[in-house]
Design a binder for this molecule. Structure first.
Ligand SMILES: O=c1[nH]c(=O)c2nc[nH]c2[nH]1
Length: 431
């Protein structure tokens, strides 16, 4: 199995200590421990060297007064070529794809356009405190390559796929199976494992945009390289009807992916709004993960995913902005939408649980559990520093972080200890 292991950073970051309010997600359960005044030491290798309460006579000033320090957000589902069409209210899903998404994604056959948007996209992620994302590029090899270049330059961590489509869209977006797989092979050779931060993810858009030949080839490609797979599953009722007609021998929507070698422990399924109990059971048995995208589901009128259907079966769940059907790059906005969705589904989640899903949950869903999502020695120092009111009660603080819609962008963002945004207050040297 191919994993993206975290080697030493190319540009080693200076070892440093951050002092502040720390939010430490539990590695296994959806709980977050608070350290009211803590010291977080980052080693030369970009990993957390230690976490400890600050001593009473600590000479170091608060690194970011008025903020909390937590693991960077993980966006489990986002579309790079939809950056400029966020908030286009042309849904539901299939009409939105036809009217808004496919015309915009065709523009990515122009590499200069793709490069300009790649910069905007990465900036938008970093601004919101996102340090890692599972990204759909367009169906163009060159545009996908340009996105990898920008991710390499800006320091983010990501899984990226060239979106595979050979039917059901304008000709300018369709790429036949042989050509698409050859393009993926070149991208894998160039980028998979790059700098220990970037990985290639096999990305058939959804069943309706792929022939059985392309789905089979995608399954073989993932198997051959031990790669993650990401795709959409059971988002909208019209989509379900068309999928059943296009794959008459499949037992249900998940069955389409199962029969083409695309369901397994490295599969990440977005949406999962209309899955039957039987499909949830099979997804759990296969060890697949889910990208929960409630803001997008509201905006396109797709419905509410039953979060408890996933967590009750110990299925790994991350949160996805699903830009551009999602209306924001902020995982905190998605946390708020996930809360609303949980109320509608009749099983309320807490802000603490949802913030855990936005950080540690996403790391687990993307297969990065050993590296990301915890503030503990040995984990990568991928951090978001977020303004937060001084609220003593844990629930009050989590609620404020999750539900105050006017929240400012992240004060600072680090990946592997390297600063991507913001500055650390100059304090006395303690290392
Ligand atoms: O929310 C979505 N965004 C997309 O781009 C897409 N493609 C297929 N299904 C989709 N759903």
């Amino acid at each position: 199995m191919s994993t993206i292991t975290d080697g030493p950073a190319k540009t080693p970051s200076r070892a440093r200590v951050l002092r502040g309010r720390l939010l430490c997600p539990d590695p296994r359960q959806a709980k977050i421990e608070r350290i009211a005044d803590g010291l977080l030491t980052i080693g030369e290798d970009g990993r957390i060297a230690s976490i400890a309460p600050a001593p009473e006579d600590c000479p170091l000033p608060q690194s970011y007064p008025g903020a909390v320090i937590l693991p960077g957000f993980v966006d489990a589902h986002v579309h790079f070529p939809q950056t400029r069409v966020i908030g286009s209210a042309s849904g539901p899903l299939l009409r939105w794809l036809e009217r808004t998404v496919f015309p915009e994604e065709q523009r990515f056959n122009n590499v200069r356009y793709a490069a300009a948007v790649a910069w905007e996209f990465c900036e938008a992620l970093i601004r919101q405190g996102t340090t890692c994302a599972a990204i759909y590029a367009s169906s163009h090899e060159a545009a996908t390559d340009v996105l990898f270049q920008e991710l390499s330059r800006c320091g983010l961590r990501a899984l990226v796929g060239m979106t595979l489509m050979d039917r059901g869209a304008p000709p300018g977006l369709l790429v036949g199976a042989d050509e698409a797989i050859a393009g993926c092979e070149r991208l894998i050779a160039r980028w998979h494992g790059h700098d220990g931060r970037l990985g290639f993810c096999v990305t058939p858009r959804f069943a309706l945009s792929c022939t059985p030949e392309l789905l089979r080839a995608a399954g073989r490609l993932a198997e051959a390289h031990g790669l993650h797979v990401q795709t959409h599953l059971s988002e909208n009722t019209d989509e379900l009807r068309h999928t059943a007609a296009a794959f008459p021998s499949a037992r249900d929507y998940l069955g389409v992916y199962e029969s083409h070698g695309l369901s397994g422990p490295r599969s990440l399924f977005a949406h999962c709004v209309h899955l039957s109990d039987g499909e949830w059971d099979r997804l759990a048995a296969a060890g697949g993960a889910v990208a929960h995208c409630p803001d997008s589901n509201f905006f396109l009128g797709s419905g509410c995913m039953r979060l408890r259907a996933a967590t009750g079966r110990n299925i790994r769940v991350g949160l996805g902005t699903d830009v551009g059907a999602g209306r924001s790059f902020s995982l905190r906005q998605v946390v708020a939408s996930a809360y609303d969705a949980s109320l509608i589904a009749g099983a309320p989640a807490t802000a603490e649980e949802l913030l855990w899903l936005a950080t540690r949950g996403g790391a687990c869903a993307l297969g990065m559990a050993a590296e990301l999502g915890c503030l503990q020695a040995g984990y990568s120092a991928d951090l978001a520093v977020i303004d937060a009111p001084e609220i003593a009660a844990a629930d009050g603080l989590f609620d404020a972080l999750a539900f105050r819609r006017d929240a400012a962008p992240a004060r600072a963002v680090f990946v592997r200890g390297a600063l991507l945004r913001g500055a650390v207050a100059a304090g006395p040297e303690v290392v």
